[in-house]
Design a protein around this ligand. Sequence first.
Ligand code: SF4
Ligand code: SF4
Length: 72
Amino acid sequence: MGVRKIDVSMCTGCAICVEYCPMDVLKMDGERQKAFIKYLRDCQSCFLCERVCPENAITCIPVYERRIPLPW
Ligand code: SF4
Ligand code: SF4
């Protein structure tokens, strides 16, 4: 699963999460100026979006069955 939800009531539309996501999972809804999860299947559960969101609007959950390649 990885990224689970974006709380739109907390999202200010800063787009930081969209910029940081390495898999291009998140997009901005131009009309509402809120981030949303567009390509959930591509999420690699890296938790980066959750960490960088200044409003703590993003919730991720770990995916234990998926291996995450480590750089060492
Ligand atoms: S980083 Fe957080 S506040 Fe900014 S667009 Fe993404 S979800 Fe919204
Ligand atoms: S957990 Fe990582 S791959 Fe998944 S949406 Fe967030 S930044 Fe993108």
